[in-house]
Write a protein of this length. Structure first.
Length: 472
């Protein structure tokens, strides 16, 4: 084992077993997204389109889960999976972009949690609006820094809290599904089957749901990102697949049963969290309160897991000299505080930006998904390289995962691709700083080409925002 590997391994006291790794995956996936699914789907499609969308998303994400499982076994030397796989497969600069993009997506995703909490409370406190008012941003900011203080106490304590919260937040969602089935109205379900009220072909309807499905499945790679803390390396892959299978049926059920309670045109107009509005329609006010409380517990747990993973990515990238050296510092409790500070600061910045967005929650949700797609695509493509010339089954899974993530980039559309470039391109300053600290050449010819593409995309994105071609 090299010195770098020794430094990046966590002490035995911080090692995590399979159940904890699995709850890290479930805790990351079950967050804000599931509570927003009824409205997001009803705005795009009916029951038929929803079933197809979940079949596509479930198959594609299962392929990605298998990819992370395979890579954890085939390349046990790589920590912080998503970033490390991109670097091993396509070089340091694209590896850096993958690390930064994954980290940025986690930070933006954290903002959706606070927006949704404030929107939930806003139902009884109008001053909070839809989570995007000045008061909502101030209160959310206080929450950001309170969690910073909690996580700074130690990874082990935070992981233990996440395990408890994961159990607590799954229960309300399961209760929602059971109650929705009990109160389901077959004639309403049948009327919502075709999505006749919505323009566009069935393909366009399904395409419109893809970023929402990506968002709720983010976290499927959670055990891989946190792999340096695993007691046994094989547990990383097992936790990934177990976590995915544990929540897929729940996500699909929440969406489909909602169509049997209300006309989808009414579901599409509900305020977020729309799951609360759907259950209120079925059982009365107590249903709304029940879901709202469950949402707050769920979202705070997911925020904890995602903040841990975001800081972990920056920390391991710095350990590998792909980020400035100040990010490799950690405390005796194994907490990478400088990385945690940067994570909280970016979330704070995006939180302020939401005040200027037309739809703060959906903007942050879709941007989170879009930023994650490039890291996912690079990881899947690396799996193709690893499997080429080897086992046919592994190659087929890797190819399917690559095709799926490429389709998601297409489904995201030009708007989010350009906004992603605006975020990616300036990050190169961190890469340059790291190279200068090492006294190395800043860019190779191939890296200069990648830089030119990202800079051109960012410039086009700024122009598009300035002249109104796209808007936040």
């Amino acid at each position: 084992m090299t010195q770098v590997e020794k430094e990046t391994r966590a002490p035995d006291a911080a090692k995590l077993a399979l159940p904890t790794l699995t709850t890290m995956v479930v805790g990351s996936m079950v967050g804000a997204g599931v509570f927003s699914l009824p409205r997001r789907f009803a705005q795009e499609t009916g029951v038929a389109g929803a079933l197809i969308a979940w079949a596509v998303a479930g198959t594609g994400m299962l392929m990605l889960a298998f990819v992370f499982q395979t890579l954890a076994i085939r390349r046990p030397d790589l920590d912080a999976g998503v970033y490390a796989y991109a670097k091993a497969g396509f070089g340091e600069y694209l590896g850096f972009f993958s690390a930064f993009g994954y980290w940025a997506s986690a930070c933006v995703g954290n903002v959706t949690y606070w927006v949704l909490i404030m929107s939930t409370i806003g139902a009884i406190a109008p001053a909070l609006g839809d989570g995007d008012t000045v008061l909502a941003v101030v209160l959310s900011s206080m929450g950001l820094w309170l969690f910073f203080a909690l996580i700074s106490r130690g990874v082990k304590e935070a992981a233990a809290i996440n395990r408890i919260v994961t159990v607590a937040k799954v229960v309300p969602i399961l209760v929602f599904v059971v109650l929705a089935l009990f109160y389901l109205k077959p004639h309403v379900f049948a009327e919502n089957w075709g999505g006749a009220d919505y323009a566009g072909s069935l393909f366009q309807q399904v395409k419109g749901t893809m970023l929402a499905t990506v968002f709720v499945f983010l976290g499927v790679e959670g055990a891989s990102v946190y792999s340096r803390h695993a007691k046994r390396r094989e547990d990383v892959g097992r936790a990934t697949v177990l976590g995915f299978l544990s929540v897929f049926a729940v996500f699909a059920s929440v969406t489909i049963v909602s169509y049997g309670l209300m006309p989808m045109s009414e579901i599409a107009e509900l305020r977020q969290p729309s799951m609360a509005g759907v259950l209120e329609h079925a059982v009365g006010t107590w249903g709304k309160v029940f879901v709202s409380v469950g949402l707050i517990v769920s979202v705070l747990g997911a925020y904890l897991a995602w903040t841990l993973m975001a800081a972990e990515v920056l920390f391991v990238a710095a350990k590998d000299d792909d980020m400035p050296r100040f990010l490799k510092r950690s405390t005796a409790a194994d907490v990478p505080v400088p990385a945690l500070v940067m994570t909280t600061l970016l979330s704070q910045l995006v939180l302020v930006v939401t005040m200027f967005s037309d739809d703060a929650f959906n903007f942050a949700l879709d941007l989170t998904s879009a930023l994650t797609l490039i890291p996912f695509l690079l990881a899947a493509a690396f799996a193709v390289r690893i499997a080429a010339g080897g086992r046919g089954g592994e190659l087929a899974v890797a190819v399917l995962a690559t095709v799926y993530t490429a389709f998601l980039i297409y489904a995201a559309g030009l708007k989010y691709l350009l906004v992603s470039f605006i975020i990616y391109a300036p990050a190169t300053a961190l890469f340059v700083k790291a190279r200068r600290e090492q006294g190395r050449r800043l860019f190779s010819p191939r890296e200069l080409f990648v830089l030119a593409v990202s800079a051109a995309g960012a410039a086009l994105g700024v122009v598009a925002l300035a002249v109104g071609w796209i808007s936040l």
